[in-house]
Design a protein around this ligand. Structure first.
Ligand code: NAD
Length: 295
């Protein structure tokens, strides 16, 4: 069984970006700059943004963290985004989701300049991805593609089953895996909460992408012998014996599924670090497009 270790695979992506940033600085150019907006006090969002900012500094990028109150008005958030759109020193803009309930996510995503849309959620980015054009790919699916590449997982002609159809993971993942890409060309089935006989479908899968957000949902009896299993899920499960009072669980019952799988990603240490690697690659791409493409 091959462990699809996201810490190792992301390290190699980050190493390349660190070297590229160093070269830019040696040439007298500025470093790529990511601006992140964090709204409210959601504990998980705090953690994700903190690790994105930390990774920027490890690679040598500049980052700016903008914190807004939970009660911030939609107009104020939109104004902030427009300010960042117009700021030439900012290459990438990230608005950490979820947003407080009174703010429209669609409006916020639409307000980001597509040239700075390093999360790849803007309809222009999504449309370009669907058409196979150069674009920003949402960080988690991008990270998974980088993981498949790092471990050279054969995808061509394989049956991939994606569980979950969200705009940030499941749906873009299904598009990428079905695309004519080096780690694509799968036959893809996309499943969701209304799918009937899910187990019958997952048992046919050569590759399973579990992105539904239910702890240890994918069990051994749902997985074909020799399948590749990628676990996207992150769920906090209460555990009084843990220092923080909870443990992070994936969507896959790792201990038992690992006995059957030919390759499997763990949680934590799998897709999480790859997501950050995907975001960092998008930030460098945004920088190159905006600053170097006319040289
Ligand atoms: P979401 O809630 O937006 O979507 C979940 C999807 O799962 C929905 O499309 C729903 O139809 C489907 N689903 C729910 N129950 C199901 C069932 N019983 N059978 C089949 N399908 C079912 O979630 P999301 O934003 O796509 O995230 C999914 C999980 O991935 C969450 O645990 C989230 O925390 C995690 N996540 C991890 C990363 C990372 O970097 N590792 C990034 C994003 C999301």
């Amino acid at each position: 069984m091959l462990l699809l270790d996201g810490k190792i695979a992301s390290q190699s992506v980050k190493q390349n970006l660190t070297e590229a940033t160093k070269k830019l600085l040696e040439q007298g150019k500025r470093a790529p700059h990511l601006a992140a907006i964090l709204t409210g006090n959601n504990g998980a969002s705090e953690t994700y943004v903190a690790s994105k900012v930390k990774t920027c500094s490890e690679i040598g990028y500049k980052s700016t963290l903008i914190r807004l109150e939970e009660t911030v008005e939609e107009q104020e958030l939109l104004r902030k985004i427009i300010e960042l759109n117009n700021d030439d020193s900012v290459d990438g803009i990230l608005v950490q989701l979820p947003l407080p309930k009174h703010i429209s996510e669609a409006k916020v995503i639409n307000s980001i300049n597509p040239d700075k849309d390093v999360d790849g959620f803007h309809p222009v980015s999504v449309g370009r991805m669907v058409q196979g054009l150069d674009t920003f790919i949402p960080a988690t699916p991008y990270g998974i593609m980088l993981m498949l590449e790092h471990y050279n997982v054969e995808t061509k002609g394989k049956h991939a089953v994606v569980i979950g159809r969200s705009n940030i993971v499941g749906r873009p993942m299904s598009i990428l895996l079905s695309s004519n890409l080096p780690y694509g060309n799968c036959t893809v089935t996309i499943c969701h909460s209304h799918t009937v006989n899910l187990k019958e479908i997952t048992l046919q899968a050569d590759i399973i992408i579990a992105a539904l957000g239910r702890a240890e949902f994918v069990r051994e009896d749902m997985v074909k012998e020799g399948a590749t299993v990628i676990d996207v899920g992150i769920t906090r499960v209460d555990d009084a014996s843990a220092a923080k009072g909870y443990r992070i669980k994936g969507d896959v019952d790792f201990a038992n599924v690992a006995k059957k799988a030919s390759a499997i990603s763990p949680v934590p240490g799998g897709v999480g670090p790859m997501t950050i690697a995907g975001l960092m690659k998008n930030t460098m791409d945004a920088y190159i497009r905006r600053n170097l493409s006319i040289e």
